[in-house]
Unconditional design. Structure first.
Length: 334
């Protein structure tokens, strides 16, 4: 017989089931269960009849709509926070740096070199082309604020600033040589000093320095007092100042336009004196013609003229005089 509770096979005459403890009565005692019953019990993995129905899984529960909306809201919030962090840490700083960069470029192009250098100074080297611009802006700052530039191992005085270029004149007399090698009619275009300055002297500069020295269209005006022809205009890398330019940049007392004698002798004499590296003050050449084409205008350096150094000898000096000082001039890209 079998237990009608768990289906365990019982010995004959058993009062209790030795498996589940169920009390066995006369009515409970039964023959072997039918195949259908055995199959039903075994299908419940050893469970009692009726137990299998209780353990069968019910229909799968659908996710609650409220929980799904909550998850979407959380994800959306995280995305917003991430976007805000990107804006604060990346977009805003970049926009600020771009604004400073644009300001620096605009200021430089308008000739406000000191302000441009200050604006660029706050930017990192790896931002756009700051590393390339910084040396140029520094040179412009030095030229405008300090009024001097070092180039080719020489000190140069800044005479003029124009559109990212500066007009330079050597601070000292660099050497002494003749305007031309023979005493003959000559203009700046054909003189030996021009050939020397644009050849041997120019080639002393480094390749990078030569690239920054601009080709300048030089006007060679006639002598305003004597009418001597200045010759053709020239295209030069290196040149000498003209009579007009020395008055323009060192001071104009009005004597050039209102001839007082044979020279310009005024309150700007001292400003026009130049010295060599030994401290001597020889006279120095200008490119303008003198009384005749045999002469070129010079700036007196002292000792040779009674009324003092710095006088401009408009009548000129023999072109083959080899004691004349050389003060080269040039236009330089900053």
């Amino acid at each position: 017989m079998f237990c009608n509770n768990c289906g365990n096979k019982l010995p004959p005459g058993a009062a209790f089931c030795n498996s589940c403890g169920n009390q066995i009565g006369e009515k409970e005692a039964a023959s072997a269960p039918t195949g259908a019953q055995t199959s039903q019990w075994n299908g419940a993995a050893g469970s009692a009849p009726g137990a299998s129905a209780a353990h069968e899984p019910g229909p799968q529960q659908q996710p609650k709509k409220k929980s799904k909306k909550k998850r979407i809201a959380i994800i959306g919030g995280l995305v917003c926070v991430a976007a805000l962090l990107v804006a604060v840490l990346v977009v805003v700083p970049y926009a600020q740096k771009s604004s400073a960069y644009n300001d620096a470029v605009t200021l430089f192009e308008s000739g406000q070199y000191e302000r441009a250098y200050t604006a660029l100074s706050g930017l990192p080297e790896d931002f756009k082309d700051v590393s390339a611009l910084r040396p140029r802006y520094h040179r412009a700052y030095g030229a405008v604020v300090l009024g001097s530039v070092e180039l080719g191992g020489y000190d140069w005085r800044v005479l003029d600033v124009n559109g990212g270029q500066v007009l330079l004149l050597s601070e000292h007399i660099l050497e002494q040589r003749a305007y031309h090698d023979t005493f003959t009619d000559i203009t700046w275009e054909g003189c030996g000093l021009r050939a020397y300055l644009n050849g041997e002297f120019y080639n002393r500069f480094t390749e990078e320095e030569r690239e920054r020295i601009t080709e300048t269209q030089v006007t060679n005006a006639d002598n305003p007092w004597y009418g001597t022809s200045g010759g053709n205009a020239t295209s030069d890398k290196i040149f000498l100042l003209s009579l007009d330019e020395v008055v323009q940049y060192f001071g104009d007392s009005g004597q050039l336009g209102n001839r007082p004698g044979n020279s310009i002798n005024d309150q700007y004499n001292a400003a026009r004196i130049a010295r060599d590296t030994n401290g001597n003050a020889p006279w120095w050449w200008l490119r303008s013609p003198g009384l005749y084409s045999l002469f070129a205008v010079g700036v007196d350096g002292g000792g040779r003229v009674i009324d003092g150094g710095g006088r401009v000898d408009v009548g000129g000096i023999n072109v083959d005089a080899d004691e004349g000082g050389v003060r080269p001039a040039l236009w330089l890209n900053l």
